[in-house]
Write a new protein. Structure first.
Length: 82
């Protein structure tokens, strides 16, 4: 009976790991992450407008610009997963 118990525990652990992986990579979760990142981009762009005004053009690069570029790259990666 002990061998059956061990096999049952291993099987249950494998099922849990598979479920967690499937949930993390589900389309709904990925779309929700994309929405959150787009919201962060909008907040950062608003902060840049407040800081430099609407007619910034090719003004000085700001750390916020780097964060926006990083978030856009992450969004593109997530869209490729879908």
């Amino acid at each position: 009976m002990e061998i059956i118990d061990v096999v049952t525990v291993i099987g249950a652990a494998a099922a849990v790991i598979g479920t967690v992986f499937a949930i993390r990579n589900s389309k709904g979760i990925i779309l929700r992450r994309i929405d959150r990142m787009e919201f962060q981009i909008r907040k950062l762009e608003h902060a840049l407008v407040v800081k430099y005004g609407l007619n910034r053009g090719l003004g000085p690069l700001d750390p916020l610009d780097e964060k926006i570029a990083k978030l856009r790259n992450q969004i593109m990666e997530l869209r490729r997963r879908i």
